[in-house]
Design a protein around this ligand. Structure first.
Ligand code: ADP
Ligand code: MG
Length: 476
């Protein structure tokens, strides 16, 4: 029996707001425990929430970027559960009137564009953090009340691979929009995965299992693959998959049953009486749409279609806005025909020099790189000397043309000049010339190497080979 996986992801995205969702308390990572609280965050009686407009703006921006339907009036709801990380006894979330529905995120995977349907994007607050020791557990409420959106896909992802690609695309998107800092080490994106199997070729959804605690990006794929295999074993053995929530253990590479799935009724959702409806008017939506940057998936398509980049280069150069901005600025300083070599130099040379530092710290500006690539492409210097010039640009901050002129690196492309350099080399190596002529073809490289050396690498390499060959054949 072949089983077809169906995956839906619920991703919590921490919004990049200076203060918490419902209280004017700073958001910061690594502050001493329980220093970022106030009566609202602590859920003290009488404290009232008031919603952070910056969180709404960020959620609306993500909503329009995903082409979602955005409710003109949406509501906050209380989701009740009792756990020490939630001092109020309920989480403020959205239930039957979420801010956004029916959007999509475009995901490039293996050279193809996939449109992943979203069920909803809703606003909610984060809970605190528990640390369990052997004798006691500790609660830190610094994270409690931080503004999140939950981005929920429809049950449409067909593989662990695509689920992982979706996570990367969402990560890119929220950073490009500036709605989330996207620091995975700080848990800015956290994913729960819902997995079910159905008979290949059928439509009805199978019973799903929710995997929680996939606390690292890398684990998304492994956790889902493991769950697919686990369910296939159960179904192949004639059993039934139980609807449950399982905890993924990334270190052990396996999951454990955590609880039978709660029903919606268990949460006793209620409209939150302390918060007015969220209102988003048409002018706000229009302004949010007008302020959208080019989305990463569209930019990747443009880099492939208009710049003719290899998919992997386009993918890498759209992984961060600043990288794509660098390429666009460099192309603007050269021509679109230079986009491919510019991309190759950014990927292979500049990023290597930067060694993990952000491109915004590049010692070479986009215009300076463009000047170098134009000089290589128009034959002023050879590609090999280009690397030396590039190193000098980085060391000195000087422009490419200035270095080429100062160091006399201009490529020698005049056949007569090349012959004048080559002839004495043949004369000085009569024994090798005789050997070549008696059939030792591989000595060609020796002569070309001598010629390049004599010219300081300046001879056009193709021309060097041609002329040496001709001289050795006695044709020149
Ligand atoms: P809940 O409110 O119980 O979390 P939702 O209907 O909001 O349930 O769905 C949560 C997630 O589970 C969504 O991402 C959805 O796509 C996914 N999902 C729902 N049913 C299935 C299924 N049968 N198989 C896989 N994923 C599913
Ligand atoms: Mg859910």
């Amino acid at each position: 029996m072949t089983w077809e996986p169906v995956i839906g992801l619920e991703v919590h995205v921490q919004l990049a707001t200076a203060t918490k969702a419902f209280a004017p308390v700073a958001v910061a990572f690594g502050a001493p425990p329980n220093t970022l609280t106030d009566p609202t965050v602590l859920g003290l009686p009488g404290a009232l929430p008031s919603f952070n407009a910056a969180a709404l703006a960020a959620a609306v921006r993500l909503g329009v970027a995903t082409d979602s339907t955005i409710r003109a009036r949406s509501r906050f709801a209380r989701k009740h559960y009792f756990y020490p990380d939630l001092p109020k006894g309920y989480q403020i979330s959205q239930h039957d009137e979420p801010l956004c529905e029916h959007g999509h995120v475009d995901v490039w995977h293996d050279g193809a564009r996939h449109r992943v349907a979203l069920a909803r994007i809703h606003l909610e607050e984060d809970a605190g953090k528990l640390t369990h020791g052997s004798a006691s557990s500790r609660v830190d409420l610094n994270r409690a009340g931080v503004a999140l959106v939950e981005v929920v896909t429809a049950p449409v992802l067909p593989s662990a691979e695509l689920a992982f690609a979706y996570m990367k695309a969402l990560h890119r998107l929220v950073r490009a929009l500036g709605v989330c800092e996207g620091d995975l080490e700080k848990g800015h994106l956290r994913c729960d995965a819902n997995v079910s199997l159905r008979r290949a070729g059928t439509d009805a959804l199978g019973t799903r299992v929710e995997l929680k605690n996939i606390n690292s990006f890398r684990f998304v794929r492994a956790a889902i693959e493991h769950e697919i295999a686990r369910q296939a074993r159960i179904l192949d053995g004639g059993g039934q998959v139980e609807r449950e929530t399982r905890l993924w253990d990334g270190t052990a590479g396996l999951s454990q049953s955590m609880r039978g799935k709660e029903e919606v009724a268990d949460y006793r959702y209620l409209p939150d009486p302390d918060l007015p409806p969220l209102v988003v008017d048409d002018a706000t939506l229009a302004a949010a749409r007008a302020a959208l940057p080019e989305l990463p998936a569209d930019r990747l398509a443009r880099f492939v279609d208009a710049y003719h980049l290899a998919f992997d280069d386009a993918d890498l150069l759209t992984s961060e806005s600043a990288l794509g901005d660098f390429l666009d600025a460099a192309v603007a300083a050269a021509t679109p025909a230079h986009a491919r070599p510019l991309a190759a130099w950014i990927v292979n040379e500049l990023l290597r020099v930067l060694a993990g530092a952000p491109i915004t710290a590049s010692p070479v500006t986009p215009a300076a790189l463009a000047e170098l690539i134009v000089a290589i492409e128009d034959g002023t210097i050879s590609g090999k000397l280009g690397k030396d010039v590039f190193a000098k640009m980085i060391a000195s901050g000087d422009g490419a043309r200035a270095i080429i002129a100062r160091d006399g690196l201009t490529q020698i492309s005049d056949p007569a000049a090349v012959r004048a350099l080559a002839e004495p080399i043949l004369a000085a190596n009569a024994r090798q010339v005789a050997a070549y002529r008696s059939g030792k073809d591989n000595l060609l490289g020796f002569f070309v190497g001598q010629l390049m050396k004599a010219s300081g690498g300046r001879v056009n390499p193709q021309l060097a080979t041609e002329i040496v060959k001709a001289l050795l054949a006695g044709d020149a």
